[in-house]
Design a protein around this ligand. Structure first.
Ligand code: MRU
Length: 351
């Protein structure tokens, strides 16, 4: 029998973090026990956990692990300010794990604020409480975005999604997949085209798996089949998540998203981005200011460790791209929906 999706990809119990190891899903369903901030850093960097909100929540728990580690190590002699400085140094380091998803910096900024306000006796428990609340709030935000986004979908629609912006990429329910889940629950969806999403195959391995378990009719396609699907009028909407929304509404998301937005515009299909307010970065003026992560060549030249490309060919592996705001028909957030997003509308939403 096929393994089923656990309730959550991120669990906090017994003062440890348990991360569903997304590198081997769906064939192997296994949780990794994370006991130190260093292990959490590696888990983010190595794609054990991925997806912007999930990265942020993991980082928040990494700060709790840091507090536990330093409070234990310094329980006898240190003053609270020394421990706080050690935790702050860990926060600075964790922020470097991946550059594009702003939820990482957002979550760490929130935890830093809690840290600054802590008094000695409540350090670990205050940080723990903040991380738990962040995780819970993410699910509520996703459910709200699900409702708001599904209201735009007409009965009988087919949609396309890219990468995985589902329960696995968040605390639960998902952003883009949250809208798809809600539209399905309302009986509005005819089917979903899931792009396989090279080179990590988040679409083939994660999105298709999540949708299957919801009983949502799903067609897996290679990324390059998206143009044909649109040319054949087989979808009404492209629905994706985001790793960072700049202040002018430009959106960084998984590589290939920009191509889908251009295709959607050309073929008269609607393009929806679904992201919580924690993904909107008012400090980043436009998409050109977003740092795009580039990962190892081996992700393109090897498949599960076995080389298959021309020997020693060099590769370029940017894992996100930027979709300009003017290609986006609807930006769904937990604070409300913006049609045709621009700087003024985003400023108003975030005010
Ligand atoms: O490299 P990944 O798997 O972390 O990339 C994830 C994406 O691009 C998602 O679409 C994005 O983070 C939104 S998740 C709700």
């Amino acid at each position: 029998m096929q393994p089923s999706l656990p309730n959550r990809a991120i669990e906090w119990r017994e003062h440890c973090l348990f991360l569903l190891d997304q590198r081997y899903l769906p064939l192997t369903v296994d949780f990794l026990k994370i006991e130190t901030p260093q292990q959490a850093f590696a888990a983010i960097q190595n794609m054990v956990v991925r997806g912007a909100p999930a990265i942020g929540i993991t980082a928040a728990y990494a700060v709790v692990l840091s507090a536990q580690q330093h409070s234990l190590a310094n329980s006898e002699n240190s003053e609270i300010e020394v421990i706080k400085r050690l935790i702050a140094a860990d926060i600075d380091h964790i922020a470097l794990a991946r550059p594009t998803a702003v939820n990482l910096a957002w979550a760490l900024a929130a935890m830093r604020k809690v840290l600054q306000q802590c008094i000695s006796s409540d350090l670990v428990s205050s940080l723990e409480q903040a991380a738990i609340e962040m995780q819970q709030a993410d699910i509520v935000a996703n459910q709200r975005m699900g409702e708001l986004g599904a209201a735009y979908i007409e009965k009988g629609s087919a949609v396309m999604t890219h990468c995985n912006a589902g329960a696995l990429a968040t605390a639960g329910y998902g952003t883009a997949l949250g809208v798809i889940r809600s539209a399905h629950a309302l009986g509005k969806l005819s089917s979903v085209y899931a792009n396989e999403t090279r080179p990590w195959f988040q679409g083939a391995r994660l999105t298709a798996w999540e949708l299957q378990q919801e009983g949502i009719t799903t067609q897996l396609i290679v990324d390059s089949a998206a143009a044909s699907v649109m040319q054949q009028n087989a979808i009404e909407w492209v629905i994706v998540g985001a790793d960072r929304v700049a202040a002018n509404g430009d959106v960084a998301n998984k590589i290939g998203t920009y191509a889908l937005a251009v295709l959607a515009r050309y073929h008269g299909k609607k393009f929806m981005v679904v992201a919580p307010h924690s993904t909107i970065d008012m400090m980043t003026p436009s998409g050109a200011d977003i740092e795009i992560e580039e990962r190892a060549d081996s992700e393109l030249t090897e498949l599960q460790g076995a080389a298959f490309a021309a020997p020693e060919v060099s590769a370029w592996n940017p894992v996100f791209d930027v979709t300009p705001a003017n290609f986006i028909d609807v930006l769904v957030t937990n604070r409300g929906v913006i049609e045709a997003p621009n700087r003024a509308k985003i400023e108003a939403l975030m005010a």
